[in-house]
Design a protein around this ligand. Structure first.
Ligand code: GN1
Ligand code: MG
Length: 371
């Protein structure tokens, strides 16, 4: 079936092999390998991206802007079909896009060094910083209210009202946690409803697998641009905190393996600030730590909500997987809160370095314990 999709992109299926690629939860991704060329083929989940044309529109205007102002910036936009558009609908298999595969690039599944975290953070910061003067109102929302914590909390509450008794009982501990951390939503409301921080062009999915690296672990560029839309920088920094700080992933079932690596926190701060330090407002800078609280809490709520809703959004490979993920994220949030004082010190140091650039050491080597 995928063969007929390749034909629509002008590729002869006899000359290419197709393999599943990456570990995204929402879209399905494949690597298309030929004798001399490689591509990434992606099937868009139209239950999530309800108006996929918006993705294309956003990417097109941003590509035009970047080509004009920063022609050397590597922006991985989709390739045209034989009809000249950038998506193709296949009756049986859904909607597809094809991307060039960047030669000699690689992706990582987990952060294992400060350098990786620094490079990734710098790349995400760089994209938002290059677009700082782009009129954000020209973009549309590819998913409405995607990182709206207030709405996510509301969805969680409704799920507790409609869930069956068995799932409610099973999730009792996490439901309590969700209410215990409710203060995070109050801070969010003060910041967002008070219009205290500006909308910017934000990636919204800053996991490490969305960065292309070269062989020496230098960051090359950002990929997976489906949620590139207006948002708050809190989303990008927060999702890095969520997905880089612990050595284990959101699938980890052993809570003792979930903890905060302070040196990685330091690398995220320094990497992001190296690109965005002079762009962020004072209020934004002051909410650096909050970004992690907001996004870890939101993801814990989203997994919990999905568990209560019978896994309709994320799906589950085994019964209870979304509850496991939610437990994992609440454990991470507890660890994060426990480390907050130390994290405050680190961000203070990173800001000091920003103000005294001569003392700035890229990929800074602070020796920090992780306990
Ligand atoms: C989803 O599909 P993937 O893995 O790129 C989700 C993110 C979550 C992530 C958690 C559109 O991203 O918001 O952080 O799962 N994307 C969407 O793994 O819901
Ligand atoms: Mg994604």
């Amino acid at each position: 079936m995928l063969n007929s999709v390749l034909i629509k992109f002008g590729l002869d299926p006899a000359e290419y092999s197709i393999q599943p690629f990456g570990s995204g939860l929402i879209n399905h991704t494949f690597k298309v390998t030929g004798k001399s060329e490689e591509f990434i083929l992606q099937q868009i989940n139209t239950a999530v991206f309800k108006v996929p044309g918006i993705i294309e529109k956003n990417i097109t205007v941003l590509q035009e802007y970047l080509n004009k102002h920063y022609p050397d910036y590597s922006f991985i936009a989709p390739l045209p079909t034989i009809y000249g558009n950038f998506m193709i609908e296949h009756d049986a298999c859904g909607l597809f896009r094809l991307f060039p595969f960047v030669k000699r690039s690689k992706t990582l599944d987990a952060v294992s060094s400060e350098k990786e975290a620094f490079e990734a953070s710098k790349q995400f910061g760089r994209l938002t910083s290059l677009l700082k003067d782009f009129e954000v109102g020209k973009l549309e929302y590819t998913i409405t209210d995607f990182h709206n914590l207030k709405l996510r909390f509301g969805q969680f509450k409704s799920a507790t009202q409609s869930a069956n008794k068995e799932r409610l009982d099973e999730a009792n501990g996490e439901i309590k946690e969700a209410y215990r951390f409710h203060y995070i939503l109050q801070t969010y409301n003060q910041l967002i409803e008070g219009n205290k921080i500006p909308l910017r062009v934000i990636h919204h999915d800053t996991k490490i697998s969305n960065i292309l690296f070269d062989e020496e672990e230098n960051g090359l560029c950002v990929i997976d641009l489906d949620t590139l839309m207006p948002g708050y920088y809190l989303s990008d920094v927060g999702d890095m905190m969520r997905s880089y700080l612990s050595p284990s992933t959101e699938e980890e079932t052993d809570p003792s393996k979930i903890y905060i690596r302070k040196n990685i926190f330091n690398a995220i701060c320094r990497g992001y600030l190296s690109a965005m330090g002079s762009v962020l407002t004072e209020t934004e800078l002051d909410s650096f730590i909050f970004s992690g609280e907001m996004i870890i809490y939101m993801q814990a709520l989203r997994f919990l909500t999905d568990f209560l809703n019978q896994d309709v959004y994320y799906g589950a490979k085994y019964p209870g997987q979304n509850l496991v993920r939610s437990k994992n994220q609440f454990k991470l949030l507890n660890e994060y809160e426990r480390s907050k004082d130390q994290l405050e010190q680190l961000i203070f140091m990173a800001k000091e370095e920003l103000l005294n650039p001569d003392k700035y050491i890229p990929n800074g080597k602070h020796h920090l314990s992780n306990s």
